[in-house]
Design a protein around this ligand. Structure first.
Ligand code: FE
Length: 347
């Protein structure tokens, strides 16, 4: 009798342990992210507090992250993939690494033009923050009215003044992809030719290096994402303060199409083992609270209208008119953009 009871207890204990481990499996989320900012810590721990779901993070740059997802294939433990720039989100999408999500919360909160492959099947990715591609110029050598538009960078009057990072970088491909949408391929090719003719130096380095080039006077004008500029504005290092005293920025194309806007965003991985948790996480990212953390972590703007990100540096940069081109279209145009760059020798 005692033996039987003990045996039943053991069986019950095993059943309970199994239930717990099943529950433990549910309460985990594997996040593949190319974002790594200090305020993201708070973002993730608040999600765990609210839902009990623990987040395992795999952080890497976009390209290695994509490579890893490709190699892992069906066995990938990835649940959520976070990427920066529409060009990269689009690449992830066409490689079939996302799965569509249907969510009333996301549909209500994320604007339609900031979603990828948005049809009856749901969306494959969502933008969670926005960044602008601004024009930075040397205050001593360049007049703002000469560089007020992206188009003006190809004007012969700006000969030997223009600096950009590699044209093949996603930030540039997206910007040029948007120009293709607005001006057509032929005009954009002519523009790219003009920019190459105006280079102060061959493209090299990242956006911050372009701002530095403008500061030293090696470049007269450059393009950079807004958050790099904001980061330097917030810097307390004497050399950054010195640099920023030499440069100014403007919101491009204010009298025409508006400033090129891009996103950082993400979606649910194709073979997500914890799909429900993944959707829950995306919905959490669209909450007012998470939006503020997500945006401020990288000096970006929230996408949700009701979210307030208290960022005095961004506020001081002022308001601007943004372009109205679908982010999905910009992502798709990157192939045509790359072909144009190859034809005109824009490295
Ligand atoms: Fe960046």
């Amino acid at each position: 009798m005692k033996g039987v009871m003990q045996k039943n207890l053991v069986v019950a204990a095993i059943a309970i342990a199994a239930a717990f481990s099943a529950q433990a499996q549910e309460k985990v989320l594997n996040l593949y992210s190319s974002r790594h900012y200090q305020t993201d810590e708070q973002l993730y721990s608040n999600f765990t507090k609210q839902t009990g779901i623990k987040i395992n993070r795999i952080e890497a740059e976009d390209s290695p992250l994509l490579e890893r997802l490709r190699n892992e294939g069906k066995n990938s433990p990835a649940d959520v993939i976070l990427m920066v720039d529409a060009a990269r989100l689009w690449r992830t999408q066409i490689e079939g690494l996302f799965q569509p999500v249907k969510s009333k919360v996301l549909d209500a909160r994320i604007p339609g033009n900031l979603r990828g492959k948005n049809d009856g099947e749901g969306s494959e990715w969502y933008g969670f923050s926005t960044r602008a591609r601004i024009i930075v110029y040397n205050k001593a050598n360049v007049k703002p009215e000469d560089v007020a538009t992206y188009e003006s960078l190809a004007d012969p009057k700006n000969k030997s003044k223009v600096c950009t990072r590699s044209g093949s970088h996603p930030y540039m491909l997206s910007m040029i992809g948007s120009m293709i949408e607005r001006n057509g391929e032929a005009a954009t090719e002519k523009w790219a030719q003009g920019v190459v003719a105006n280079f102060a130096r061959p493209p090299r380095g990242g956006d911050t290096d372009q701002i530095k080039g403008v500061g030293t006077g090696e470049c007269g004008v450059a393009v950079a994402n807004s958050y790099y500029y904001a980061r330097l504005l917030r810097s307390t290092k004497p050399e950054d303060k010195e640099l920023m005293s030499k440069v100014a920025f403007l919101w491009p194309n204010q009298n025409t199409s508006g400033t090129h806007l891009n996103i950082s965003g993400g979606g649910v991985a194709k073979n997500a083992p914890h799909r429900d948790a993944a959707v829950k996480f995306l919905e959490y990212l669209a909450s007012d609270e998470a939006q503020a953390y997500f945006a401020n972590g990288n000096n970006e703007w929230p996408v949700v209208k009701t979210a307030v990100a208290a960022n005095p540096t961004l506020d001081a940069m002022g308001k601007f008119k943004a372009e109205n081109v679908s982010i999905a279209t910009i992502g798709k145009n990157q192939i045509a953009a790359q072909k144009i760059l190859d034809r005109v020798g824009y490295k």
